[in-house]
Ligand binder design. Structure first.
Ligand code: 7RM
Length: 630
């Protein structure tokens, strides 16, 4: 695959991708291994959300990671694994070794009856086996669905049931900073509510005491004993499912975003190579968790498809101390470093001292993803981590897009603080107003849509195609609606402004306000609740909940119980930062909650609340303002 090297080349490629997308994408696809080539590069129907890329071609994505790379890069390190505890030895897996372990585990999956099309849940720590699990599923044609190991038993059970998974891959426990998390116990609790699971494979990591269910659970190390070290890869059609990844939207229930084999393979690797400008001997590190799309596309698939060396880190940025990220950069001489604004802001709060003993000389490119990066954090990151010499790529994309959509190409596109900047080749972003009019030219602001199909566009929401159409393809005809607001500045550079729907972004984690409300409402003393986001210095957005209760408990007791319910229903990442007990919620005469008012109060902005006299219950506004938690 050819990499773009200059700005004029970028513009040339962009033009070609607009004029002749089939030619543009087939040139890229030509450098991959196909079991059978395509009949047609793309067929696209926005109205029915029907996208077919590389139609009727056959492939296996793991052949493109292994068979395609092994002769040149067999001994090259594929994965460097840095454990939670810096005193524990790291693991270096060469492409050859990773191939062997993937094949061995693929055989283990097959011996447990897993075959093409079966769904397999991965609920694991950040260890190489998590990547091996994903790759082994892909090798045998099983559809993986990775669930972030911070989600609760109830959330895990919902996802297992939604996709009717047959198997769970997990570990005894997880190390996270100075904590040990009993993951297998969570799986056991979830499985009480699931009937589709036939088997569970458990990786030994923390060596804590766990329950092993006879006939259902087996140990990872026992499953791979005596398995052959090679394994034929399943023949996958281009559009066969590669994975499902659940993500939150504006309705209560997370959606299973579906990605298919060929398009995702092409797009994740193309964007990896070009955005980060990866060179053959570079060491690349993305700090995300494999439970999120960033981990899928830019720890596992993108880098490994390009034959890169990818660092995988088990721990957290603050353990054993706040220099941990910088220690790891120096330890492995990381060249490209990719993280989230929330991590930058959290580390920024500790000042420059934690950076003093690190050189960070190896860094060539630094990246940001997950939420808008504010200018202050941008400059701090650029000046103190990138030492003013590394291009900073602010990459905008989503679970649904599969790969980076709007971003500078490192060192090629001029940097502009807090701007994701320009679309990648093949991506045609448009700004539309509420009525769906396209706003052309510069200095305009509106909703961000994409009007071209791209190879890794969401294919469906698992089990409910209508929901996919209504969520993404019906707001604006002939376009994909992102849910984000955007501004095109006077230079034509794009700046993402954040969500325009009822989705909030807390430390880079996407959450539906309805989802959190549903969780709060599970407390038996809660009558009604409304959740909004508010600006938070470190997390980007915090969670503010207004709750009506009928209870004998005092305020502190009921608030604590509500927090515990949310932990149990969703997980710790969704627990409200602030809970205000109220006697009513501001409602329109048709009974709709006026979230605009609640958002303003939560943001400490008591001016310009707008006309509240037409509300059903105008008096409640004063009460809410008086009781606001600042
Ligand atoms: C990759 C990822 C998607 C939402 C998206 C945005 C926000 C992501 C940026 C960003 C501003 C960015 N997938 N978002 N990247 N906002 N600048 N560079 O995060 O599905 O979990 O979230 O995240 O609101 O719609 S995601």
């Amino acid at each position: 695959m050819q990499r773009i090297k200059t700005l004029s080349e970028y513009f040339k490629k962009y033009e070609l991708s607009e004029k002749d997308p089939a030619k543009f994408w087939s040139q890229i696809a030509d450098s991959f291994l196909w079991k059978k080539k395509w009949d047609n590069v793309l067929e696209s129907d926005f109205e029915n959300a029907d996208f077919q890329w590389f139609k009727n071609a056959q492939l296996n994505i793991t052949e493109n990671i292994f068979e395609r790379n092994l002769s040149q890069r067999g001994d090259k390190t594929a994965i460097i694994w840095e454990p939670n505890d810096p005193k524990e030895s790291p693991t270096y897996l060469s492409y050859k070794e990773l191939y062997k372990q993937t094949c061995t585990f693929s055989n283990a999956l097959r011996s447990k009856g897993i075959k093409k099309g079966d769904r397999v849940i991965i609920y694991m720590p950040m260890v190489p086996e998590a990547a091996i699990a994903m790759l082994a599923c892909a090798r045998v044609g099983a559809v993986h669905s990775v669930v972030f190991a911070g989600f609760s038993a109830a959330s895990l059970a919902d996802r297992i049931n939604d996709c009717e998974a047959k198997m769970v891959l997990t570990s005894d426990g997880n190390f996270r900073g100075n904590k040990t998390i009993p993951v297998k116990d969570v799986v056991d609790e979830a499985l009480e509510k699931c009937s589709s699971i036939e088997s569970v494979i458990v990786l030994e990591r923390t060596k804590q005491n766990i329950n092993m269910e006879d006939g259902r659970d087996s140990w990872w190390h026992e499953c791979i004993e005596d398995q052959p070290k090679t394994c034929d890869s399943e023949v996958m059609d281009s559009e066969d499912l590669l994975f499902i990844l659940y993500t939150s939207g504006s309705t209560g229930k997370p959606k299973g975003v579906v990605h298919s084999s060929a398009g995702y393979m092409i797009y994740s690797s193309y964007t990896f190579l070009n955005v980060f400008q990866y060179d053959e001997d570079d060491i690349y590190w993305c700090t995300a968790d494999v439970g999120w799309i960033t981990g899928h596309s830019y720890i596992v698939y993108g880098p490994l498809l390009c034959g890169a060396t990818t660092v995988m880190f088990e721990g957290v940025p603050t353990y054993p101390n706040v220099s941990r990220f910088w220690d790891i950069v120096d330890k492995y001489k990381v060249n490209q470093f990719y993280t989230a604004p929330t991590a930058i802001r959290a580390l920024q709060a500790h000042g420059l001292e934690p950076l003093e003993n690190n050189s960070l000389d190896s860094l060539k490119v630094i990246g940001s993803v997950g939420e808008p990066i504010n200018e202050e954090a941008w400059h701090w990151y650029h000046d103190n981590v990138g030492k003013g010499k590394c291009p900073l790529v602010d990459t905008w994309w989503q679970t649904e897009t599969g790969g980076i959509m709007i971003s500078a190409l490192a060192g090629i596109t001029p940097n502009k603080p807090a701007h994701a900047s320009l679309p990648l080749p093949g991506i045609i972003p448009v700004i539309v107003d509420a009525e769906g009019n396209e706003l052309n030219g510069n200095n305009v602001q509106g909703n961000l849509c994409i009007k071209s199909p791209w190879p890794s566009i969401i294919r469906t929401t698992y089990g409910d195609h209508k929901r996919c159409i209504s969520t993404y393809f019906s707001h604006y005809k002939g376009m994909y609606f992102t849910g984000d607001g955007v501004k095109r500045d006077h230079d034509g550079y794009l700046r993402i402004l954040g969500r325009v729907d009822d989705v909030i972004n807390v430390s880079g984690h996407r959450m539906g306000t309805a989802e959190v409300e549903n969780a709060i409402n599970e407390h038996e003393d809660v009558i009604e609740s409304a959740v909004v986001g508010y600006p938070h210095d470190i997390k980007g957005e915090g969670i503010y909940a207004y709750v009506i209760v009928s209870t004998k408990l005092n305020d502190d007791e009921i608030k604590n119980q509500i927090i515990n319910v949310v932990r149990k229903v969703i997980g710790p990442i969704a627990k409200p930062d602030k809970i205000q007990i109220v006697s009513g919620l501001p409602k329109t005469r048709s009974g709709k909650i006026m979230r605009r008012i609640l958002r303003k109060v939560a943001s400490n902005d008591f001016q310009n609340l707008g006309d509240t006299s037409t509300l059903l219950n105008p008096d409640v506004v004063k009460e809410i303002i008086d009781g606001a938690i600042i």
